[in-house]
Design a protein around this ligand. Structure first.
Ligand code: ADP
Length: 378
């Protein structure tokens, strides 16, 4: 007998919330998805209340799993910042349950690991690389996806993990709207699109939801997305990091078994300063910087193709030379890159013979060269 949404709601009506009313009356539930006995939904609460809700999330998950016919339940607790509300205190421990409940067998308590105590390799994946930026809005996610596609074009098996859990943009950039299914081992099956295996927290929660993730939650969510997803065999997994170089990023760089990092910067000075912080962060945790990419490097007119160096381009190349890290390439500020990205048809996929795809492939080739040893060893 197949499980219905109504059955799930009836079950949740018997779980009490910290607000003194049934969970179903607390106005915190997302839409409930039931597919082949697998139940997905999230509980969206104010960040200040997150601590009190973790036990409710666990109780709800256990209750849903007990419904006859349910093979898996995945209930995320998302902490939402109410407009004007002060940030909440961090939860006492990893909030967990962001991804499959089965994930709890990999607790890597943040803070317990020294910068050298890196997580184990992920079976089946030859090289995990990070795409990072000192700040948001520099085109990190657009570059991560097109770089992944460039690596695919070079014949590699590639995955993309959108770890930008503050603002997951991969659902928008890829047009993926469906939720991942679970396999028999209760691992999530990444969504296949454009020949890439793709996973994003945005597949599970709404992109518009402004979430606050404190350090422990970030690591819990990302560790689960790395290890409790059935990635299969990949040459490269590209991780689109959260922007910035704060504690969350440092913990991530420390805990994910990275073979290297690609830093995205725009030519403006400010962003270069931020990029420098990124370099310092990866150095601190002994992750090799594969190089810097200058995005929005120069303006290319979509009509006549004329190039204008409106931001005084070349800063990132100069900076890379000065810091002794490879310079991977310059990507123009071009309307086609923006429109294709924002419509879910990344330029390397939609205009494979165009000049932009060639640039991303060239960057991919430089990255592949540096990962050759890791890929060959696997
Ligand atoms: P980030 O991940 O750094 O926040 P995004 O990849 O989401 O940045 O890009 C921010 C915006 O800039 C998006 O609208 C994207 O389409 C656009 N964009 C990124 N790179 C380029 C580029 N080279 N040319 C034109 N628009 C770009």
């Amino acid at each position: 007998m197949s499980v219905t949404q109504q059955q799930v709601l009836e079950c949740l009506a018997r779980v009490m919330s910290p607000r003194g009313v049934a969970l179903t009356n607390a106005n915190v539930l997302s839409a409930i998805t039931v597919t082949d006995g697998k139940v997905f939904f999230s509980i969206n609460v104010d960040a200040a209340e997150a601590r009190a809700w973790e036990s409710v999330r666990a109780e709800a998950e256990n209750a849903v799993r007990a419904i006859p016919g349910v093979s898996a339940a995945m209930i995320a607790l998302t902490a939402e910042r109410k407009a004007g509300a002060a940030p909440a205190a961090p939860p006492p421990r990893p909030a967990g349950g962001v991804l499959p409940a089965a994930a709890h067998r990999h607790p890597h308590p943040p803070g317990a690991a020294s910068p050298m105590a890196r997580q184990a390799e992920i079976p089946g994946i030859s090289a995990v690389i990070a795409v990072a930026s000192g700040k948001g809005g520099v085109g990190k996610s657009t570059t991560a996806l097109n770089l992944a596609l460039g690596l695919r074009d070079l014949g590699l098996r590639v995955g993309l993990l959108d770890a930008d859990i503050y603002g997951p943009s991969v659902p928008r950039l890829t047009g993926i709207r469906n939720k991942p299914q679970l396999n028999d081992d209760k691992k999530m099956i990444p969504i296949q699109r454009f020949g890439l295996s793709i996973m994003s927290i945005g597949f599970l929660v709404e992109e518009e939801t402004a979430m606050i993730w404190r350090g422990p939650m970030v690591m819990s969510a990302i560790t689960q997305m790395l290890r409790d997803v059935a990635w299969g065999t990949l040459d490269v997994l590209v991780v689109d990091m959260p922007p910035g170089t704060g504690d969350a990023q440092l913990t991530l760089a420390q805990n994910v078994p990275l073979k290297g990092a690609v830093i995205i910067s725009t030519p403006q000075d400010l962003s270069l300063i931020d990029a420098r912080r990124g370099l310092a962060m990866f150095k601190k945790v002994n992750v090799p910087v594969l190089g810097i990419v200058e995005n929005m490097s120069y303006f290319q007119c979509p009509h006549c193709g004329t190039r204008s160096d409106i931001f005084g381009h070349g800063g990132a190349r100069h900076e890379a030379e000065r810091l002794g890290v490879p310079f991977l390439g310059e990507i123009p500020l071009h309307m086609a890159i923006r429109t294709t990205s924002d419509s879910g048809h990344p330029v390397v996929e939609s205009e494979p013979d165009g000049p932009h795809a060639a640039i991303y492939r060239a960057i991919g080739a430089k990255v592949r060269e540096q990962l050759k040893a890791a890929i060959a060893a696997a």
